[in-house]
Design a protein around this ligand. Structure first.
Ligand SMILES: C[S@@+](CC[C@H](N)C(=O)[O-])C[C@H]1O[C@@H](n2cnc3c(N)ncnc32)[C@H](O)[C@@H]1O
Length: 213
């Protein structure tokens, strides 16, 4: 699919997204906040990409099982300076979660939720909840739409999903699904599996933290 292909081609330039000057203060806060929320836990990280967040989470978590669908990003992730006994990178689909280990008492998804079609979110949330231990903590980080900083939305489909045109350094162009859910949509999506949830909203990012029943 278009999104998978885009991230496979973009692997080498992916982390430039974390260089935007106006976002540095919030990113610095998130690099502390996210690992604190997952400290001491066995974490399943879905769509880990190049392991940008994995490297910070692994410093505090007991272990991170981090997966992505693309080999090219996993190769970059494997070169991150992370203690080998703290991380396990492997290939898996974030929606089906086939082959992911059991026994995780936490999960993290960074900039993945926004790429899931509204109609597939229920499946993603319920599959994830089924793979984790009861009472597990789930941390989801993603983007707020910020005028002037975010890539403009190029179109919306009938189901309400929004899309952006993304350009790679070599000039190739991809249309990528990128949703910016409201707090009500997020609350609605996790209600079937969560015993409590709260949303931390920044200018450029949102952080949803929920506890499974
Ligand atoms: C926006 S990137 C986020 C990467 C990383 N979590 C981060 O925050 O830096 C989205 C990632 O989703 C991965 N991806 C796309 N489709 C996927 C799927 N079906 N299952 C797992 N990962 C997928 C891409 O390869 C890409 O690494």
């Amino acid at each position: 699919m278009e999104m998978e292909r885009y991230y496979s081609k973009r692997a080498a330039e992916y982390e430039k997204i974390y260089d935007k000057p106006e976002r540095q203060r919030e990113l610095e806060w998130l690099r502390r906040r996210v690992p604190e929320l997952l400290a001491g836990r066995t974490v399943l990280e879905v769509a880990c990409g190049t392991g940008y967040w994995t490297q910070f989470i692994a410093r505090k978590a007991k272990k991170v099982h981090a997966c992505d669908i693309n080999e090219s990003v996993l190769e970059i992730a494997a070169d991150k300076p992370i203690a080998k006994d703290r991380v396990n990178f492997f290939k898996a689909d974030a929606v089906t979660l086939e082959g992911v280990p059991s026994g995780c008492d936490a999960a993290f998804a960074g900039f993945w939720w926004s790429h899931v079609k509204k109609s597939a979110l229920e499946q993603f949330v319920s599959n994830l909840a089924n793979r984790l231990e009861p009472g597990a903590r789930v941390v989801v980080l993603d983007n707020q739409f910020a005028e002037g900083s975010s890539t403009p939305i190029s179109r919306r489909d009938a189901e309400g999903n929004s899309y952006q045109m993304r350009h790679l350094a070599n000039g190739d162009q991809y249309e990528v699904l990128k949703n910016f859910p409201s707090s009500a949509e997020l609350a609605e999506a996790v209600r079937p599996v969560a015993r409590e949830a709260h949303l931390e909203t920044l200018t450029y990012y949102w952080l949803l933290v929920f506890t499974l029943k």
